[in-house]
Design a protein around this ligand. Structure first.
Ligand code: 0O2
Length: 216
């Protein structure tokens, strides 16, 4: 990705956020279109809702510091993959891979990295499917391939991740053991709930086949 580097500072930062915001809007629109089309073809919405955000300058600087990089615009763009982040929340685990495939199949989206914490959850219990993609942003004088981090997870996984994130924020990585252990237990319950809801949905769909159009 190329940014004007003659005046590093506030002007460059404004340009960075403009481009990342444009990239976010594009991915968000693509997801809404896919969801609408899915509803039209299969009478079913795989996406429950979408959240998009630009990482705050404070978080970006913190992440750069944590990884041993100086706080420059160039380092932000090169080493922070989640300046633009979009979270796609769906109902069932099977939707996660369906959505990931639909994203990979888009011709102008390039997948540059995947972290599959669904198949391989973190020791903490964290589950989510992460993709780093680039999308072309067309400016008046050039095209900027812009990185966006896409996180895909179920409603239940998102509920768990929000609380776990809050715990990290509150205790700054030094949380009491019993809280961490309880969260690991809750993660198991979340996985069990997701599996049971998926199989229930499949059973309901098979029973209502031909008599009911949509179960969402
Ligand atoms: P914040 O405060 O949410 O922004 P990379 O981006 O690939 O260079 P990173 O950041 O380790 O390296 O990648 P990863 O593992 O894909 O994590 C990206 C983001 O996923 C994190 O951003 C979190 O938002 C979320 N995440 C990852 N692991 C966990 C976890 O164990 N629990 C929770 N609740 N969220 C997690 P940040 O910048 O680390 O944090």
């Amino acid at each position: 990705m190329e940014f004007k580097t003659n005046n590093e500072g506030i002007e460059s930062w404004k340009e960075v956020t403009l481009v990342y915001n444009a990239a976010l809007r594009q991915i968000e629109t693509k997801m809404e279109i896919l969801n609408d089309e899915f509803q039209h073809v299969h009478q079913y919405n795989p996406i429950e809702h979408i959240k998009a955000r630009i990482k705050t300058p404070e978080s970006i600087v913190k992440k750069l510091k944590r990884n041993g990089y100086e706080s420059t615009i160039e380092n932000m763009v090169n080493y922070v993959n989640d300046i633009a982040g979009i979270r796609i929340i769906c109902s069932f685990t099977s939707d996660i891979f369906r959505i990931a495939d639909m994203i990979s199949d888009q011709r102008d989206i390039k997948v540059i990295g995947v972290k599959d914490y669904i198949t391989f959850p973190k020791a903490s219990g964290y589950k989510s499917y992460h993709m780093i993609v680039t999308v072309p942003v067309y400016l008046s004088d050039r095209t900027v391939d812009t990185k966006v981090e896409i996180q895909i997870r179920t409603v239940a996984m998102d509920f768990w991740a929000s609380l776990e994130h809050k715990m990290h924020y509150k205790f700054e990585g030094d949380a009491p053991e019993h809280i961490k252990n309880e969260l690991v237990e809750c993660a198991k319950l979340v996985s069990d709930l997701d599996a049971r809801m998926l199989s229930l949905n499949e059973e309901i769909l098979s029973m209502s086949h031909g008599t009911q159009k949509a179960i969402v």
